[in-house]
Ligand binder design. Sequence first.
Ligand code: AMP
Length: 238
Amino acid sequence: MNSPQILRNFTSFLKNPRKFILFFGVPGSGKGTYAALLSKSTGFLNISMGDELRKLIKTAETPLFQRISEEIQQGKLIEDAVIFKILEIQLQKSASGVILDGFPRNVAQMLKFEEKHAINLVINCVLDEEILVEKLLGRRSCENCGKSYNLCNIAKKGYDMPAILPQKSGFCDICQGKLVAREDDTETVIRKRMREYAEKTAILLDLFRKKGVLVDFAPKRGVKDFPEFFAKVVKPKL
Ligand code: AMP
């Protein structure tokens, strides 16, 4: 990039800085669904760091990508240099705002990010632990096309999350593939993932709460809560 272009970009940034919205929440809390819905209604770029990494390791079998693949399988954090390179490439896409899911994962990432960008809103998707376990145990997906279903019907403690059933039990509506549960969706592993998530993110959530940008949100009725969420939580910050 030449100097006049850098100056133009900087001037336009000062006039109209991009909005940044971050999503936090354990797997199954609805954050991915809400991030996607929000991206649709605002036109903001939606970057899921986990998805980007998974796409990346499918593209080539270099030693670096092989190592990243192993680290993801072990649940280890990928080195910051890789994460910030992905972010840099993604942020070149034009959009008036950006939704980040899965970033930052630690304080170092947060601080480095904040050297360049202001975070407008952090949404912490919270769900009652027992409900989450039930929901994840009912989760099924087609082993052929990946379409998701849920066998569990939750209607208690203010939650209203109807089952998403296939027309023919055990088989996908779209391609008739077999419906399977994820290997890591067992009660012991689910509770371990939740504990690990809480331990790792507690400090980040505390910091965002102190800055006054964090909002806790419980999507108790799944996607039916999105319109109210958009009007009450997001719109005032746009
Ligand atoms: P997710 O789909 O968000 O659960 O992420 C899947 C895996 O990708 C994580 O367990 C990490 O190995 C890696 N990952 C995702 N986001 C980050 C990040 N911000 N920093 C480091 N590693 C990450």
